[in-house]
Design a protein around this ligand. Structure first.
Ligand code: HEM
Length: 432
C-alpha cells in the first residue's frame, strides 16, 4: 500500500467516494478512523473550524523544515497574526499593481515559444513551470538586482526537496532526507537567506520603492495588533510563496491547455473572444474583465484537474460531523479531485464546460463544492494572484497559438502533493 501511496495518493480513495458524500474507514494496521468527506455542508463545518480541525501534523513535519513558520506551515497564534497581516496584500486592488510584472514574464514566455517553428513539438509543462517561476520572481522582487540563475537554482533545489513531501509522511515514514539532498538544500537555503537579507537592506534604503510583493509584505500590518512581519517571517513567506504558488499554477495551466486541445469548439470561442476583447495589445490590469472567459477555462480545468488533489485535517476533539460521530484524533481526508467529479454534486461531472464558471452559475453553487484553493480561514492566500496569472497566461498564449497534443501522446496523472502530468505535456505549436 505504501508503494502505491508513494506513486499515487488518489489510489487510496475507494470507488464509493465518487458516489457517497461521507463515510468512515480505518488506517490499515493502525486502526485509526479515517473519514472521507465530500459533503459540502460537512466540509464547510470542518474547514471553517480551524481550531477543532487543524492541519495534520504529519504532513507539515517535513515541510516545516524548509518553510519555517511561513503561512502554509505555521499554526495557532503565529499563523493568525501573519495571516491577518498578509491577507490584505493579496486583495485584488493591490494585486493589480503586480500585473505589469506578471505581464512581462508572460510576454517573455510567448516570445520564447514564438521562436519555435510552426508544428514544433515541445513540453508545455516545462514551459508553464518556467513561466510561473518567472512570474513569482518578478512579482516579488521588481527592480532588485538578483542573480537570476543562482536564485533559480536555490529555489528549484528547495522545491525539489521540500516539494516532495507525500502521504508516506502521513503514515509515519521516518523523518529523513537523503544526505546528499540535505547538503545541497542547506547550501540553497543559505544562498536564499543571504539574498533576502541583502534585498531587505537595500529596499529599506530605497526612497521610492516599487509596488512589488516584497514591498507589500514589508508594509503589511496585523490590524488587530499593529504588528508587522519580522525579517524571518518575510523570508519564510517568500520561500513559501515560491513553493505554494509555482508548481500549482503551472499544473493548472498545463491541464487547461490539454483540455483546450481536446475541445476545439471551446478553444475557438476563447480565441474569438480574445480577438474581439483585447486583440494584440499588451495586457494590463484594465483587461481583466475582457479576459474573463480565459479565467473560466482556468477554473474549469482546475475542477477536473485540481493542482492540489487532496489535503487532510485531524479532529482535535470528539465531534459530530453531519450525523457521524468523529472521535478525537480521527483523520479527515478531503479530495478536491473526488469532490469536483462527484456524481451527486455535478451534472456531467467529467465534461469540460467553462460555462460552469460564468458568474451567475458559480454564484448559485455551494461554496464548498469547489475547493481547488480550499476555503475558510486557511484557504489559499494566493487565490486572486493565481486566478489573475492563470487568466492572463491563457489569454496571452491562446491569442497567438493553438496547441495540439503531440501525435500518440496521452498524459498521465501523478497524484502526489500535486496533480502533475507525469512525463510532461507533449504538445505541438500552431500559429493562429
Ligand atoms: C492554481 C494555483 C494554486 C492552487 C491550486 C493553490 C492551492 C492551495 C491550497 C489547496 C491551499 C490549502 C492547503 C491546505 O489547507 O491544506 C493553499 C494554501 C496556500 N497557498 Fe495556494 N494555491 C495556488 C497558488 C498560490 C500562489 C500563487 C500563492 C502565493 C503567491 C499561494 C500561497 C499559498 C499560501 C501562503 C497558503 C497557506 C495559507 C494559510 O494556511 O494561511 N498559493 N493553496
Amino acid at each position: 500500500m505504501l508503494h502505491h501511496i508513494r506513486r499515487d495518493q488518489l489510489y487510496i480513495w475507494p470507488a464509493r467516494t465518487y458516489r457517497e458524500l461521507i463515510f468512515r474507514t480505518e488506517v490499515p494496521l493502525k486502526k485509526e478512523p479515517i473519514f472521507f468527506v465530500s459533503d459540502p455542508d460537512a466540509l464547510k463545518y470542518i474547514l471553517t473550524r480551524n481550531d477543532r480541525f487543524p492541519k495534520s501534523d504529519y504532513q507539515n513535519r517535513l515541510l516545516k523544515k524548509g518553510l519555517g513558520d511561513g503561512l502554509l506551515t505555521a499554526d495557532g497564534p503565529k499563523w493568525r497574526g501573519q495571516r491577518r497581516a498578509i491577507q490584505p496584500a493579496f486583495k485584488v486592488a493591490l494585486l493589480k499593481s503586480l500585473v505589469p510584472a506578471m505581464a512581462a514574464a508572460i510576454e517573455a514566455a510567448v516570445d520564447k515559444l514564438d521562436a519555435l517553428p510552426d508544428g514544433a513539438e515541445f513540453d508545455m509543462h516545462q514551459e508553464t513551470m518556467l513561466l510561473t517561476l518567472d512570474v513569482l520572481r518578478r512579482a516579488m522582487f521588481e527592480r532588485v538586482a538578483v542573480d537570476n540563475a543562482k536564485m533559480g537554482w536555490a529555489v528549484s533545489e528547495y522545491l525539489a526537496t521540500f516539494g516532495q513531501v507525500d502521504l508516506g509522511d502521513y503514515f509515519s515514514v521516518p523523518d529523513w532526507l537523503p544526505r546528499a539532498k540535505h547538503f545541497r538544500v542547506r547550501e540553497a537555503s543559505k544562498y536564499f537567506d543571504d539574498a533576502v537579507a541583502s534585498i531587505l537592506a537595500k529596499r529599506r534604503a530605497d526612497k521610492s520603492p516599487p509596488r512589488d510583493l516584497l514591498q507589500l509584505m514589508m508594509e503589511a500590518r496585523d490590524e488587530a495588533t499593529g504588528k508587522g512581519l519580522t525579517d524571518q517571517e518575510i523570508r519564510d513567506n517568500l520561500i513559501t510563496f515560491f513553493l505554494a504558488g509555482h508548481e500549482t499554477t503551472a499544473i493548472g495551466l498545463s491541464w487547461a491547455f490539454y483540455l483546450l486541445a481536446l475541445h476545439p469548439d471551446i478553444d475557438a470561442r476563447l480565441y474569438n473572444g480574445l480577438r474581439a476583447g483585447v486583440g494584440d495589445r499588451p495586457l494590463s490590469a484594465d483587461d481583466l474583465d475582457s479576459i474573463r472567459y480565459a479565467q473560466q477555462v482556468f477554473e474549469e480545468a482546475m475542477r477536473l484537474y485540481p493542482p492540489v488533489p487532496m489535503f487532510n485535517r485531524v479532529a482535535a476533539e470528539d465531534d459530530d460531523v453531519a450525523g457521524h460521530a468523529v472521535p478525537k484524533g480521527a483523520h479527515i481526508f478531503i479530495s478536491p479531485y473526488v469532490l469536483h467529479r462527484h456524481r451527486q454534486l455535478w451534472e456531467r461531472p467529467n465534461d469540460f464546460d467553462p460555462d460552469r464558471f460564468a458568474p451567475d452559475a458559480a454564484a448559485s453553487r455551494h461554496r464548498f463544492q469547489y475547493l481547488p484553493f480550499n476555503a475558510g480561514p486557511r484557504a489559499c492566500v494566493g487565490l486572486n494572484f493565481a486566478l489573475m496569472e492563470g487568466a492572463m497566461a491563457i489569454a496571452a498564449l491562446a491569442r497567438r497559438f493553438r496547441f495540439d497534443l503531440a501525435t500518440g501522446f496521452t498524459p498521465e496523472m501523478e497524484a502526489r502533493v500535486t496533480l502533475r502530468p507525469k512525463g510532461g505535456m507533449r504538445m505541438v505549436l500552431r500559429r493562429r
